[in-house]
Ligand binder design. Structure first.
Ligand code: THU
Length: 160
């Protein structure tokens, strides 16, 4: 028997003013996308911005549906938009923000499990890490260096 310990490194920024110009610009885009989300049921709007290796920024937001499970998260919309329009182009960064109509979201909101798995597919294929920055509407920002950090013991195509 062997005990293993998996730990991840994260950076916590106090607020947006601690970020680089590029990262602030990505948050501006994610906020813009967030405000256009279609979330009449949860009232919880999420915006995502992806920075591609070419410098192009692709955004996405959550799209809900009266048949609840038919809705989709911002991250998957953004990554599938990118994969669909720019196949084979590496993703450098994913920036995320969430805001609710019910309460002010002050805690950083990370990607859900299903989004982690979908995003990981592309990180695995591109063989370069995707940095992830996530926040609520205000407050701290958490940055991790890769999808792999958010998804240890990940499942990929090599298992098939
Ligand atoms: N949501 C996202 O867009 N991304 C996540 O990672 C978590 C949840 C959306 C889905 C749904 O429209 C709303 O937030 C509430 O769960």
């Amino acid at each position: 028997m062997e005990k293993v310990n998996i730990s991840i490194d994260a950076i916590v920024y106090e607020n947006l003013s601690e970020l680089t110009k590029e990262d602030k610009m990505l948050f501006d885009k994610a906020i813009e996308a967030r405000e256009k989300a279609y979330a009449p049921y949860s009232k919880f709007k999420v915006g995502a911005a992806l920075l591609l290796e070419t410098g192009i920024v692709v955004t996405g937001n959550n799209q809900e549906n009266a048949a609840y499970p038919s809705g989709m998260c911002a991250e998957r919309i953004a990554i599938w938009k990118a994969a669909s329009d720019y196949p084979g182009v590496s993703v450098k960064k994913l920036v995320l923000t969430a805001a609710s109509k019910e309460t002010q979201v002050k805690t950083p909101v990370p990607p859900c499990g299903a989004c982690r798995q979908v995003l990981y597919e592309y990180e695995f294929n591109q063989k370069e890490p995707i940095q992830i920055y996530f926040m609520g509407e205000t407050g701290k920002i958490i940055k991790v260096e890769s999808l792999n950090s958010l998804l240890p013991f990940s499942f990929d195509s090599t298992f098939l």
